[in-house]
Design a protein. Sequence first.
Length: 231
Amino acid sequence: MKAGIIAAGLGERLKKDGIFTPKPLIKVAGEPLIKRAIRAAVFAGAKRIACIVNEVEKEVSAYLKTQSWPVPLDLVVKTTPSSMESLFSLAPFLDEPFLLLTVDSIFPFDTLKDFVNKAKMLDGDGALGITQYIDDEKTLWVKIDSDSRITGIGNEFYPADYITAGFYFFKPTIFALIEKAREKKLSALRYFLSLLIEEGFVIYGIHVQKVIDLDHSEDIQKAEDFLKVAG
């Protein structure tokens, strides 16, 4: 299994809170978010990782280039207009079933490994981690059927029972929709996920426990406290 890590955002909400450290280098539990994401992916079974970071915050790419990693790391340094385009930039490296992480999702490693093990057992084009813990102003609501297949993604399904948790498992088949997504001028990963469902791709939801999305300054301490409790 390969893994992709999206870490190309500029952390604008954190900057508004007065935190100017690039988001991937913000430390939680004593280590930068990007290092934690890489370790989590390896713990979950990734044998090779592709990571995208922006061109603006050069210290992030410098950090990744100067560290030793437990698996090969394919680094893409590119400023993209959206998380969706960040994913598309990683497509050439993700030519087999892959785990996809965003750098700002905080969770116990066992949570991710359990998700991957369940996702591998499913037929279809992929799976999303979904949770009932809601602590983000940009929640993405998910509707599932009795077989846990996702039937709808988006604000129009509020209030559904679940929201996305920030990590995903996909087969490369999803990249068949890259051109259609661009033709539709979709502006975020969330809209691409919705397009997958609309186009009939078989995507399942796998329930996971609490996940912290690190977007504001107060989320750093919240993540620290969460991980202490989770062990």
